[in-house]
Design a protein around this ligand. Sequence first.
Ligand code: SAH
Length: 243
Amino acid sequence: MNILTQAVAIVKKILIYIAMQSEAQPIIDELNFEETSILNPALPMKTYTGVSSKHSYFLVTGGKSSMYGVDNVGTEPAAVGLQAALQFFDADLVINAGTAGGWQSKGAQIADVYLGKSPVRYHDHRIPIPTFEAYGKGSYPCIETAELAQLLNLKRGYISTSNSLDFNTDCSRLMEENKADCKEMEAAALAWICHLYAKPFLPIKAITDFVDHEHPTAEQFQENLAKTCLALKDAFVKILNNL
Ligand code: SAH
């Protein structure tokens, strides 16, 4: 019995949240997931279903913004999309697969895949009132991944979430406090929903860009997105096979 089966008993129904279509598409293609429309039509999220010999899957992406024509990245679509999906699919495990910024100074390389470590936190919810400060940062759990990471030769790291692709000096300070290895825009919001619904949460992040690099994040991100999404898909399939 591996660590995940110990942690969450028998994982049969797996709900997957992926913010961007380009992150999700290699996984959808590889696993032959089929598009379905189950959620409230008011919501922009796209949904897919699939089965394997061991599991049934329900995948949700953020969908596109009808106002701005881009993928619905960030915490609000993540929280709303996961919450809506859980109404229809009472998952045994929630996985978030996505891309993130990493730190060269901490040994990250482009297309490295990290499994999240508890706690998942925010670095842009600053509420400097003593009773609210910890709530702002959040500290939401994810499942223990040490054995899985060792088995599949994946890295593990702390994930820090905000709604900005770039960062200011406050973000830097808080990311340092969070010991961030992965900087991204959804995981803490998803971890919060999982905490509310008492669902085990497994975040998986692949590195598209370096936070500590002189090139603008957006340029690095565009340049590395395709190959990083393929690395994410490969790791993701291996992870599913070991749950
Ligand atoms: N420039 C991109 C914008 C995508 S937003 C585009 O044109 O498509 C970034 C998405 O990738 C978010 O879903 C976030 O979770 C992830 N991400 C990757 N690198 C990131 C970083 N350095 N900071 C924040 N989010 C990052």
